[in-house]
Design a protein around this ligand. Structure first.
Ligand code: OOB
Length: 557
């Protein structure tokens, strides 16, 4: 069991500023002097666009279309409505919404009052939401009535019962007696009715880490450093007001949010098209209907679209010039098929919610685009080192752990001093846990990982977290989760489960049990019931060694 996460819970009135590590002052001055950090905030970004290009289309969500002016107006209404619910500057608000415009309205509403959204995924379930609410002392949850045949409204209700800090629930769709999101939008406030807008150095929101210890850690992001990553991404990806970006991946994830994502496109004055599902049938149709120019996918989705192109043809993809693929390693054989089959350029994206994002460049050779995961968006400001076990930098060609520091890579997780001590070097480098090689040309090739995590087609699974969730089952004595290679997903999860004496466990019941507590993507693809874990000669083995032994057993079976 993990012991490294802080078992702390906050009340809504606790300030989180001191718990969000910041850059040292010499770095702050440097990034400001270099123009990497400016005085812009997400609030100023949207009001500027509303003034500059107010009539242009910002977002398309099904039959609904919003101009920048309308979006800004709705964000201000949401801000006012939220203050009327008692949400104030510095409050944490869990946002759990699928790809719909309310996500953007809610986020910009919260930014305007200086409240801090915590971006959860629609896949998250009770255990995850309760943890985020408790750990951050969230005052409210904003969610949807239902999505994918699951009632998020009831989930929010049960989380509220368990976590006293959660005073308000706001529901998009049928609110069933709770506060409806639409009701927040009734009044257009005048400036004096809203608190002072945020400043560039303020905290803006929390993203979630993939998680290596028991639970996802919260990633504190500030306006200035995050907008820096948008600008860099927009330059590399050549985003402009003609860009039409389709959001097929979950909008709350860092990739479709900021690489360059919907926020980058808003900064450039382009248009965003929200896809309710990533399936090829839905997305190809949206691409054709709205003349989409670019989109982003994880490798299994790109593979699914490659396959669908045989069935659906590619006439609908006429306008698409760029497909970004990232989140997990794209094998070069698949990379090579993107242009010939889908008729658009490929860009590989190797990024992380903690910061650093690497891109292949649009004018790179086909060889670099299909065989590497690119280079940092700011080659001068992003410090990237490949190091050995003693943190000694290695020369090009030699694999080692990638560590990084820069103007948009965090200096520490929220409220996690012990984890931070293990994950950041004393001079502030983030240790990614990724094993990579630098080519002579300076491009990064990801070769593997040394962190305790499974990357299931871009979705990150902490083995610790799943093991802990299994141990909550009354019939389970012990459990260990391992990742095994998979042609389609890159990796899949297998759980080894030791039942308590006299217990008979059914595999499908274990899967059902987990689904009630944690996100479905974390539920192992396969369960192996065994009588006891293998022992080593020298007493109890570490989790890491145990997982290795079990994996070998599978390989040799
Ligand atoms: C993105 O962010 P996260 O936070 O979900 O996951 C980060 C981790 C990386 O440390 C690495 O292990 C893996 O995901 N990863 C890749 C990869 N892109 C991410 N591994 C191999 N090849 C790639 N291209 O996944 C993320 C954030 C922003 C942009 C893109 C991806």
């Amino acid at each position: 069991m993990s012991t490294s996460s802080q078992p702390l819970s906050l009340t809504p009135d606790d300030s989180v500023d001191a718990l969000c590590p910041d850059w040292p002052s010499d770095f702050i001055e440097r990034y400001q002097a270099q123009g990497l950090w400016t005085n812009d905030t997400f609030t100023s970004l949207l009001t500027d666009q509303a003034q500059r290009i107010g009539e242009r289309t910002a977002v398309i969500d099904g039959e609904r279309e919003y101009s920048y002016h309308e979006l800004n107006d709705l964000a201000l209404r949401a801000a006012y409505g939220l203050t009327q619910l008692g949400i104030q500057r510095g409050d944490r608000v869990v946002l759990q919404l699928p790809n719909r415009v309310e996500f953007i309205i809610a986020a910009f509403g919260l930014f305007r009052i200086g409240a801090l959204p915590i971006y959860t995924l629609p896949a998250h379930r009770r255990q995850e939401l309760e943890h985020f609410c408790r750990f951050a002392g969230a005052r409210a949850i904003i969610t949807v009535d239902q999505f994918d045949r699951f009632s998020h409204r009831e989930l929010a209700r049960s989380v509220q019962q368990a976590v006293p800090s959660v005073e308000q629930l706001v529901i998009c769709g049928d609110a069933d007696g709770l506060v409806s999101f639409d009701s927040l939008l009734k009044k257009a406030p005048i400036d004096e009715q809203l608190p002072t807008p945020p400043k560039a150095r303020d905290m803006a929101f929390f993203q979630l880490s993939g998680g290596t210890t028991g639970v996802s850690k919260l990633i504190p992001r500030r306006h200035d450093s995050y907008i820096c990553s948008l600008r860099g991404s927009n330059d590399v990806c050549r985003i402009n007001e003609h860009t039409r970006l389709l959001i097929a991946l979950p909008i709350a994830h860092n990739f479709p949010m900021s690489s360059p994502g919907f926020l980058g496109v808003m900064l450039a004055g382009g248009s965003i098209v929200l896809a309710p599902s990533p399936s090829a049938d839905v997305c190809f149709e949206l691409i054709a209907r709205h003349r989409v120019t670019m989109t982003s996918a994880v490798p299994p989705l790109a593979l699914a679209w490659l396959q669908a192109a045989e069935r659906l043809g590619t006439e609908q993809l006429d306008s698409l010039t760029l497909l970004q693929v990232g989140g997990a390693k794209l094998v070069s054989s698949a990379a090579k098929r993107i242009r010939p089959v889908l008729g658009c350029q490929l860009q590989q994206v190797f990024g992380m919610a903690e910061g650093l994002v690497n891109y292949t460049r649009l004018d790179d050779s086909e060889e670099i685009i299909t065989h590497t995961q690119g280079r940092p968006m700011y080659p001068e400001a992003d410090e990237v080192l490949i190091v050995d076990r003693h943190f000694k930098p290695l020369p090009a060609g030699q694999p080692g752990q990638l560590i990084t520091r820069g103007p948009y890579t965090i200096r520490g997780y929220f409220n996690a001093p012990e984890v931070n001590a293990n994950t950041f070097t004393s001079d502030g480098f983030y240790c990614t846990g990724d094993i990579a090689v630098l080519t002579e040309n300076g491009d990064i090739v990801v070769e593997g990982r040394e962190k305790d995590q499974i990357n299931r087609g871009g979705e990150k699974i902490s083995m610790d977290e799943v093991e802990n969730a299994l141990l909550a089952h009354p019939g389970i004595y012990d459990a260990a989760v391992v990742g095994i290679p998979d042609e389609y997903l890159g990796e899949r999860a297998v759980a080894f489960v030791v039942p308590k004496q006299g217990e008979t466990l059914k595999k499908f019941e274990l899967s059902k049990f987990l689904r009630e507590h944690i996100a479905a993507y974390k539920v192992p693809d396969r369960f192996e019931l065994i009588d006891a874990f293998p022992q080593s000669g020298v007493g109890k083995v570490s989790r890491k060694v145990l997982r290795e032994i079990l994996k070998d057993q599978l390989d040799n079976a």
